[in-house]
Design a protein around this ligand. Structure first.
Ligand SMILES: C[S@@+](CC[C@H](N)C(=O)[O-])C[C@H]1O[C@@H](n2cnc3c(N)ncnc32)[C@H](O)[C@@H]1O
Length: 547
């Protein structure tokens, strides 16, 4: 497609010979005139405005590596791995008003880019969130801002990879020309870093434009992991004060495994079970755990809600992390909100979607409450909606299960106390101490939009009830309140470190998921009946984990 090839040629020329865009058009040998020349120039200028944004996208979605296509010279196609060709196509697909590559669908470079468009769009949203921009157009300004100092990038040192220690990482970074600063400085200088004051020594903060890890041996070995600060928080809070011999831990909704991997590194002696319901995401989890050398984690492909909390295998579980499917970040919805302004129908769809997600989230918490030895349950979302955050927490605290078992919120002292942005009391029955107990994060904090809460048992010393499980038995009681709208969002699950989801599809998928859930519930009911019959025949044997 000559239009894009021509614009790419001009950009290539500009890269090598800085000068005026018009001058480059003439000097690059591109044969266009009149209206077509103006069109090429406009594309070049617009692409230049967003170049840092597109470059960041290509770091995370390395199309040049993912698509190893070559085209015979005679076709006139440039390699899609040519950075400039990708730049101009990505500009048109993601950042132009039409959001479209103006070429035939059969043009191989376009086909190659479109294969990754869902991931690219999700990554763009992530960049937008990080930059705190409500409109994609504002990223052009961000690019200029980034040149002067930009946002932050968080790198977590993974102590599980035993070959190297944290001190060696500092030496490695020094060799790469980075200065370790004794305290926070904002904006972070391009060639400096410091450790995060809320999370501790293992989380290092760099300038948002740094990418030293690309091709770096530490990164390749899994000894450093790129993980947003907010996404580190739940793991840190759930493992707070963990002591050896204390009991087992569960990550109930684990894939892709960022938080599991951090839990594992924080307490290498802890025995952690990671549940993941979705088969494809389970594969990603396994890869992540293998790469991160999480030797203390056992991954299970299964539904956390189908585990039997009183089964012998789970009786010693003391800590549970719940980071369930959510609206895919409240920030995305903040953008939706701006687009949907005044659109009553869209508001209704949004409200229904949130209601269903909240019901599912509550169901997960109430299930976790049933683990007899549990004393610390962290519930987090990458949503900024109180419907999925404080209101779910409040419903859990006010539930029969929550009250009977004495669940309350951990005091602020135990939940990253120095983090200033806390919860909203108006959604927590006006209780300021509860609001202070929970954490909120916003893009203004140089993190993704996030929510973290921590339930603790008022009397953790209360004796655990005796095991009541039967081999192979599945206990899947529906929770009061959650039962009527029980929903398991399926493919809409999204974590901000996992840019694979398309949040726009949530509403439709939630409805589809509900139908699926109803069918599953019916199957589970039949299975239970059959098990009951079998148990009668077996005479009720003891023990055994259930899934
Ligand atoms: C927000 S993501 C979790 C991100 C993960 N904690 C991380 O930091 O990498 C939610 C995950 O939970 C899974 N999930 C949702 N409901 C589940 C359930 N009932 N049992 C097990 N996994 C579930 C989804 O498939 C999805 O992979």
């Amino acid at each position: 497609m000559n239009f894009y090839n021509n614009a790419a040629l001009v950009l290539d020329h500009l890269d090598k010979n800085p000068g005026s865009v018009k001058g480059s058009l003439n000097a690059s040998g591109v044969q266009v005139q009149g209206g077509e020349a103006k069109r090429v120039l406009a594309l070049v200028i617009e692409t230049l405005k967003y170049k840092p944004t597109i470059a960041s996208l290509l770091e995370t979605v390395p199309l040049g590596q993912l698509e190893r296509l070559t085209f015979p010279r005679k076709t006139g196609y440039r390699q899609p791995s040519s950075p400039s060709l990708l730049l101009v196509m990505l500009h048109d697909l993601l950042l132009s008003p039409r959001k479209k590559i103006e070429a035939s669908d059969k043009w191989p470079p376009k086909e190659a880019v479109l294969r990754h468009q869902a991931r690219l769009r999700a990554e763009l949203v992530r960049i937008q969130i990080k930059a705190g921009k409500s409109r994609v157009e504002d990223l052009a300004k961000t690019a200029e801002g980034a040149a002067e100092g930009g946002g932050c990038r968080y790198v977590r040192y993974n102590g599980n990879v035993e070959l190297w220690g944290l001190e060696h990482l500092h030496i490695h970074l020094k060799r790469k020309g980075f200065e370790r600063l004794p305290a926070e400085v904002h904006p972070v200088p391009l060639k400096a870093y410091f450790h995060d004051r809320h999370l501790g020594e293992e989380v290092l903060v760099f300038n948002g434009r740094t990418n030293w890890w690309v091709g770096d041996e530490w990164y390749e070995a899994g000894a450093v992991i790129l993980q947003d600060k907010a996404s580190c928080m739940p793991a840190k809070v759930v493992m707070e004060g963990w002591t050896e011999g204390e009991g087992r831990c569960i990550d109930a909704t684990a894939a892709p495994g960022n938080k599991t991997s951090y839990m594992s590194a924080l307490a290498p002696a802890a025995s952690i079970t990671a549940f993941e319901r979705d088969a494809k995401r389970y594969q990603t989890l396994e890869t992540m755990l293998r790469k991160g050398e999480c030797r203390n984690v056992k991954a299970i492909q299964g539904d956390f809600l189908e585990s039997d909390p009183t089964g012998s295998e789970w009786r010693t579980v003391t800590r549970i992390l719940l980071d369930p499917s959510c609206s895919g970040s409240g920030i995305v919805n903040r953008l939706d909100y701006l687009m949907e302004n005044g659109d009553v129908e869209a508001d209704e769809v949004k409200a229904q979607r949130l209601e269903k997600l909240a019901a599912f989230q509550l169901q997960m918490i109430l299930h976790a409450f049933k683990f007899p030895s549990a004393k610390r349950i962290v519930y987090s979302t990458c949503s900024i909606h109180p419907e999925e955050d404080e209101q779910v927490v409040l419903a859990a605290l006010q539930s029969k299960e929550g009250k009977e078992k004495g669940w309350t919120l951990a005091p602020r002292d135990e939940v990253l106390p120095s983090w200033e942005r806390r919860g909203r009391a108006e959604h927590l029955d006006g209780k300021q101490d509860w609001a202070d107990s929970v954490i909120r994060c916003l893009p203004e904090d140089s993190t993704n939009g996030f929510f973290v809460s921590c339930f603790v048992k008022a009397d953790p010393s209360a004796p655990a009830p005796a095991a009541t499980s039967v081999p192979g038995a599945t206990k899947r009681k529906r929770e009061k309140g959650a039962a009527a709208v029980s929903v398991k969002p399926a493919e809409d699950d999204m974590d901000m470190d996992d840019a694979a989801g398309e949040t726009e599809a949530i509403a439709k998928e939630a409805v589809a998921a509900k139908e699926k859930t109803d069918a599953q519930a019916e199957r589970a009911r039949r299975k239970k009946q059959a098990q009951k019959k079998r148990r009668k025949v077996d005479g009720g044997a003891e023990g055994g984990e259930t899934l």
